[in-house]
Design a protein around this ligand. Structure first.
Ligand code: ADE
Length: 227
């Protein structure tokens, strides 16, 4: 039986996905409630969990998904800030890779191999691209970066863009990709843009969070269907 772990940071990022699935069994660990939906006819189960905001929460939760449920794949769903110039609110970003944008010890380069960029699974990326094309969504395949802050400043955004050249910024993806890399588990991030990570970011986030979360939930469910 294949297990697909789906992680969202906030309840709003899992609401639509859970409503679309049949009633789940639940399991609690480390104060997280894991929702388990089994599909014996497809030899598959989906375990979804709301990890809370930030990279520590995301890493703990990813490790639990892998250790407790033996996740074969991990998909991170939710909203993000659009950081590449061409992106617009409500566009989709499918991760090519993920990086921490706030991990900057000066000596990092002196300690190879230093893994700071974690590549998403190419088959999962292709599945997400196919779904976005079928649904006629505007989507980009590109880097997603994460840090322990909500980015809502053009200056910080410009600094992140010039260093990392990402498409989207969030607060969890890099930790999820990092944890999956250490465990040898394929992962994917699919995020819908709720804001442009600039001075209007917080207001835009409040306006578009629910619409963006609903859009990406439908995409992630269709990807899970293809696995
Ligand atoms: N999630 C959604 N928008 C974000 C932003 N601008 N910065 C960090 N995380 C986000």
């Amino acid at each position: 039986m294949k297990t697909i772990g789906i992680i969202g940071a906030m309840p709003s990022e899992l609401k639509d996905l859970r409503e679309a699935l049949p009633k789940a069994e639940t399991h609690t660990a480390a104060q997280y409630e894991f929702y388990i939906n089994s599909f014996p006819q497809a030899d598959k189960r989906i375990v979804s969990v709301c990890c809370g905001i930030g990279k520590v929460n995301a890493a703990v939760c990813t490790q639990l998904l892998i250790d407790l449920f033996d996740a074969d794949y991990v998909i991170n769903t939710g909203v993000a800030g659009g950081i590449a110039e061409e992106t617009k609110v409500c566009d989709i970003v499918v991760s090519s890779d993920v990086m921490h944008h706030d991990l900057k010890p000066p000596f990092l380069d002196n300690y190879p191999p230093h893994h700071s960029c974690f590549e998403a699974d190419p088959l999962l990326v292709s599945a997400a691209v196919k779904v976005c094309q079928e649904k006629r969504e505007t989507y980009y395949v590109g880097r997603v970066v994460s840090g322990e802050m909500f980015v809502s400043s053009s200056q910080l955004k410009d600094e992140i863009v010039s260093e990392f050249h990402p498409y989207a910024v969030d607060m969890e993806s890099a930790a999820i990709g990092h944890c999956c890399y250490r465990n040898g588990v394929p992962f994917l991030v699919v995020r819908c843009l709720s804001d442009k990570a600039d001075e209007e970011g917080e207001m835009s986030f409040e306006t578009f969070e629910k619409i963006a979360a609903a859009k990406v939930a439908a995409i992630v469910l269709a990807v899970a269907d293809q696995i």
